[in-house]
Design a protein around this ligand. Sequence first.
Ligand SMILES: Nc1ncnc2c1ncn2[C@@H]1O[C@H](COP(=O)(O)OP(=O)(O)OP(=O)(O)O)[C@@H](O)[C@H]1O
Ligand SMILES: Nc1ncnc2c1ncn2[C@@H]1O[C@H](COP(=O)(O)OP(=O)(O)OP(=O)(O)O)[C@@H](O)[C@H]1O
Ligand SMILES: [Mg+2]
Ligand SMILES: [Mg+2]
Lengths: 227, 227
Amino acid sequence: LIRLDRIGKRYGVGDAPVEALREVSLEVVGGDSVAIMGPSGSGKSTLLGILGCLDIPTSGNYLLLGEEVGRMSRPELAELRCRRFGFVFQNFNLLPRLTALENVELPLAYARQRPALRRAKAAAALARVGLSDRMSHYPSQLSGGQQQRVAIARALVNEPDLILADEPTGALDTVTGREILRLLDEVNAGGTTVVVVTHDRDIAARMRRTITLTDGRVTSDSRAQVR
Amino acid sequence: LIRLDRIGKRYGVGDAPVEALREVSLEVVGGDSVAIMGPSGSGKSTLLGILGCLDIPTSGNYLLLGEEVGRMSRPELAELRCRRFGFVFQNFNLLPRLTALENVELPLAYARQRPALRRAKAAAALARVGLSDRMSHYPSQLSGGQQQRVAIARALVNEPDLILADEPTGALDTVTGREILRLLDEVNAGGTTVVVVTHDRDIAARMRRTITLTDGRVTSDSRAQVR
Ligand SMILES: Nc1ncnc2c1ncn2[C@@H]1O[C@H](COP(=O)(O)OP(=O)(O)OP(=O)(O)O)[C@@H](O)[C@H]1O
Ligand SMILES: Nc1ncnc2c1ncn2[C@@H]1O[C@H](COP(=O)(O)OP(=O)(O)OP(=O)(O)O)[C@@H](O)[C@H]1O
Ligand SMILES: [Mg+2]
Ligand SMILES: [Mg+2]
């Protein structure tokens, strides 16, 4: 599904450039479940952004289903992101002036589905993350964990081929977190490729494969022994 | 130090009011270390906001060092918050147009310290959280865990009497998280009262006392057995 070939990402800050990613080469098989771990600042969110076509590498190639992403047009990339990817960002990225329900409907609006159908699908997604009683709340009226769950519902509502989730249970208590992980298992069992950035070894243990980043490089890449 | 007497907090959303806190009564002894746990949406951040005088209860009384907080004037409350409390918010709340160093200096500016001294103290606080090489970065140029650490440095820089931290290690890998917890231990050993909202039982185990909230009520309050 995905092939990264010597991907690099450099940021220039003043006179001290930051090499967030260096020579990252890896392949992701469709339908797999992958955990990305590593210390704070090691490049995990940056890698996820590149995988999701939200960010452009400064060097290397990204092939998606054999096609060179760097050569796609902006409309093609936008289409890809909206229709085929689902994102859970580390800071949730909810639109503050939209309710929880409206936030979750957003990917469906891009896919041009009819309002009644969009509303029903968004409501169903919010029910799956336990927030049926918070649909009309604005993000500022939701707890941290509730905002995170709205972001998760939004990532799932379009039934994407690939889910990229940055610490999807970071703001959740253990019980709620487990429900979300079961939800991701279900989605993965249905064929969706799931890539999760996590600091939690227990979460990584549930994925079939764990990639570890240190200082922008892949320092280990192991399939789980027992599954 | 702190006494909450039947504190309630109600939000009105449309025609469905949310009782975020109900009849919460508890005392906090100066110098103690307290963990607040509970499911997503149980009222932890709301309780922290009331303890930190950032939010006003809809019922009940809050006594701080015997003084009724509800009767304090707005300038008195602002003074209290800036000089005597340190906050780590669940979403960090860094000012996007200030660098890491400038964000950490902010509480010192309120305390009207001289620029050279402020800069030195802020730099020292950032060094304690391992971010000496990120001082001129803006929040958007920092990883999630780095932003969280800037928020922690900002909470400590004024050497407050009370630290209120909402999931202070949520975005951190295990190693970095442990360094932050050691830092909080040090601060607590120096006499600062530390109140930490956390979903992590290992973190709660390090505090002398754990309060559990469920649906806005205190459902358990236990001192750790062994310390
Ligand atoms: N826009 C930017 N400009 C400059 N440096 C940046 C920018 N974005 C990220 N960085 C730097 O790149 C490095 C990697 O950042 P990234 O967000 O990928 O880390 P991370 O592994 O997700 O960390 P965390 O676990 O703390 O979220 C960090 O050291 C960060 O300071
Ligand atoms: N401004 C508001 N208006 C309406 N309801 C609110 C508002 N702020 C919070 N709430 C509701 O109050 C309840 C408690 O919120 P709070 O943020 O204290 O939860 P929490 O325990 O911190 O949760 P989490 O672990 O998910 O961060 C939630 O159900 C939330 O939806
Ligand atoms: Mg990150
Ligand atoms: Mg909270």
